[in-house]
Design a protein around this ligand. Structure first.
Ligand code: DGJ
Length: 730
């Protein structure tokens, strides 16, 4: 059993393979966190509480157990206004304008084998009983709020999930002012925090800094996860490395504005919080109405940051990503965006398709610019009607021709947007998010459709459905190219206006759920101006996400390294693109571009008709490599060996089969140094006592030699060169 309840000690404990998470119910039904860390056997652990005795200036009550000092007690679900002055999870406004609230255990709990769905939201799910759920029923006696703390336990991969559902069980309306999904109280402060920051074309770079007293956070108030900060954080020992030390990783399964915070109190303890950003959030609950907060997926590793990532990769690959494409090889696609931008027609696409087919590519994806009168990024979003000047004879004709050539066909859509220069905007100027009487700010010349509105969603979904039903379209790239501003509409009453941020996200989820339900064979790839909505929420709908518009192999080292802290490589949209690269002008070998794209979904983003014969030939080799290694990439354990943020000389990573039978080492020499021959790289994760044959050198090595001494990378001439080595257990 993953979930145990020691009735005598009033301790709930959630156990995974290598971790335990425990909390205690006090005699007056407060819920106090006890422990989260390496696995412990016993439940007699209330001594861990360490709450000071009647210190001056600490607000405290006395209950049957002794003094309970709210401001330094480890509170499982902290609430606002009741003498815990740290950041709370829960705050509301009652009919009297009071914002204080409490969370008191009712004595009712439920342990469920499996994992119930979260209404309207993405969340992890259980396969054949690989998860257990604990639901703890709580209340605020002063206002009748019902609060259900929800815990999921994935024992096999050391992952716990948390979320919370609240219901207005009182007689009066209540306004939720904040409802964070989870609070994890850690009993120390000597930690580092790791976050993934960035901007367009430079997403998810890694920053790591020591925690200090006070609050440190990352967030988004942009309505989507954002390029600026990802909704993942890690908390780890100062000394933690990839392979050593304690590390906690937290990922929010949500795609809108978020808050992720670590607060260090004056008592040197750390409170970690995550959830929907309370900034500009409010939600009206009439009596009987409920609100479900999104899920936080978190893990503990006692053996370094690498294992933290592998735990998250496992749960996302097995228990978050769904559908037909969950774990099968994806078709190798060629996307025309960097090949043509807006300047294409069906002849050009056919030309690309023919050449792509010869090279062994399997799908053509038609990117932005095929609809309305869109010849640049200034018009036509919302006018989802084929531009027959470009696609002569229509979409079906093009798709049929591409299919006849032997390629599948995929299409780009940006359903959430509207251009002021569009027929749709002429007819429905009120369909975008807007505040009456206020200027409508444009980003990339576009406004955001109000997906909190069912009529708007229904119209757009109708268009999408018609397009996808009109031809044999097997893949959709769902793009989203701006942040939300002037968030309001003329539909909801004033007291419900602040709900639009979250209603918008629910609307996006509802649309994508409809799409993959109606078209179960469709391969969906999410994208948002590159990787600005790369999050666990989106992975519930699409098994792959476009990682970044920066396709330069060397820039991608950092982007993919950062992204891999939380997300499995097999969901990284990654393509070989032209050189010089369109984002940075860097010239890199074709081979290196292939090797850097190899751990992801793999494809091409260039004009194949303009490639040299040598590069066209190289594509065949790259596809063969992809075929050979993709099962290992999809199912194996990922190990970071190099760190592109720590050195500009090389990067390396490795995939090891779960049964340790094979391993793939990838190495990129970033800058060549003179007089350094044979860089030796130590492998990880192999089976001690076993021997491995390296396909490239033909030599057999013991796992111990490969992991303790290392493998010699042959001398590579020039910058930006790459090398791969494949090992099979003998
Ligand atoms: C942003 C995406 O990230 C690109 O790949 C491309 O699809 C453009 N949008 C098209 O406008």
């Amino acid at each position: 059993m993953s979930v145990t309840y020691d009735e005598k000690k009033q301790v709930f404990k959630l156990d995974t393979k290598n971790s335990s998470y425990a909390f205690h119910i006090t005699p007056d039904n407060r819920i106090l966190h006890l422990y989260y860390g390496g696995k412990i056997p016993e439940t007699d652990i209330t001594h861990m509480l360490r709450i000071p005795n009647d210190e001056p200036f600490i607000p405290s009550d006395h209950d049957a157990m002794g003094p309970l000092s709210y401001d330094c007690a480890p509170i499982e679900f902290p609430t606002s206004g009741v003498a815990d002055f740290r950041e709370p999870c829960f705050q509301l406004m009652d009919k009297n304008g009071m914002s204080a609230c409490e969370c008191v255990y009712t004595g009712k709990y439920e342990i469920i084998n499996g994992k119930p769905r979260l209404e309207g939201l993405p969340a992890t799910y259980s396969n054949d009983g690989d998860a257990q759920t604990l639901e703890l029923y709580c209340t605020d006696p002063a206002n009748g709020m019902e609060i259900v703390l929800q815990y999921g336990v994935f024992e096999y991969c050391d992952v716990i999930t948390r979320s919370v559902r609240v219901k207005n069980g009182g007689k009066d309306n209540i306004q939720l002012r904040r409802l964070l999904s989870c609070c994890v109280e850690l009993d120390r402060m000597d930690y580092d925090m790791i976050t993934l920051y960035g901007t367009w074309a430079r997403e998810r770079h890694v920053q790591r800094f020591p925690l200090r007293f006070g609050k440190q956070s990352v967030d988004s108030n942009r309505g989507s996860t954002s390029h600026a900060h990802n909704n993942f954080i890690a908390i780890c020992d100062h000394t933690a490395t990839e392979d050593f030390g304690e590390a906690y990783g937290f990922a929010l399964c949500y795609s809108g504005s978020f808050l992720a915070m670590a607060e260090v109190s004056q008592y040197e303890k750390t409170r970690v919080l995550m959830g929907i950003n309370p900034y500009d959030f409010a939600w009206e609950l009439q009596p009987g109405e409920s609100f479900q907060a999104p899920e936080v997926i978190f893990t503990y590793s006692g053996t370094g940051i690498g294992q933290m990532s592998r735990n998250l990769h496992d749960v996302m690959r097995n228990n978050l990503i769904r559908g037909k494409w969950k774990n099968i090889r994806r078709p190798i696609l060629i996307n025309n965006w960097e090949a043509t931008y807006f300047d294409f027609d069906s002849d050009k696409l056919i030309e690309i398709a023919k050449e792509a087919k010869k090279a062994g590519i399997e799908m053509l994806v038609m990117d932005d610019g095929w609809f309305g009168h869109r010849n640049d990024d200034k018009s036509s979003l919302g006018d989802w009607f084929v531009n027959e000047n470009k696609l002569k004879g229509g979409l079906k004709k093009l798709v049929d021709e591409v299919n006849k050539i032997g390629l599948k066909f995929g299409i780009w859509l940006e359903p959430e947007m509207i251009s002021p220069d569009s027929e749709l905007y002429k007819q429905h100027p009120d369909w975008c998010l807007h505040i009456p009487g206020r200027h409508r700010t444009l980003v990339r010349s576009q406004l955001v459709l109000d997906f909190s509105r069912k009529d708007v969603r229904d119209y757009i979904y109708g268009r999408i459905k018609e397009i996808l039903s009109s031809a044999n379209i097997e893949y959709v790239k769902w793009d989203m190219n701006r942040q939300l501003s002037e968030v309001g509409n003329e539909i909801l009453p004033p007291k419900r206006q602040r709900e639009i941020w979250h209603r918008y996200v629910l609307g996006v989820y509802e649309m994508q759920e409809r799409l993959i339900t109606d078209f179960p064979d469709l391969l969906l790839e999410n994208c948002a101006g590159g990787g600005s909505r790369f999050d666990a929420g989106m992975l519930y709908y699409s098994p792959q996400i476009w990682t970044s518009d920066d396709t330069d192999a060397i820039e991608r080292l950092k982007i993919q390294h950062g992204t891999s802290l939380c997300y499995p490589c097999s969901c990284f949209g990654s393509h070989v693109s032209a050189s010089p690269n369109h984002c940075v002008g860097r010239i890199t070998p074709f081979e290196t571009r292939g090797h850097v794209a190899l751990p992801g979904t793999f494809g091409y983003e260039l004009d194949v008709t303009k490639l040299s014969d040598e590069d066209k030939q190289a594509i065949k080799g790259q596809i063969a490599e992809f075929d050979k290694y993709n099962p290992l990439v999809r199912n194996g354990d990922y190990y970071r060996i190099g760190d592109p943020f720590a050195n500009d000389r090389y990067d390396a990573w490795e995939f090891v089969a779960k049964d340790k039978s094979e391993a793939l080492l990838e190495y990129v020499q970033v800058l060549k140094e003179p007089s350094v021959f044979l860089h030796r790289v130590r492998l990880k994760g192999l089976e001690k006592g076993s021997y491995y044959r390296c396909e490239q050198t033909g030599r057999v090595y013991s796992a111990e030699v490969l992991m303790s001494s290392g493998f010699d990378i042959p001398s590579l001439w020039g910058d930006f060169r790459s090398y791969i080595a494949y090992f099979v257990k003998v």
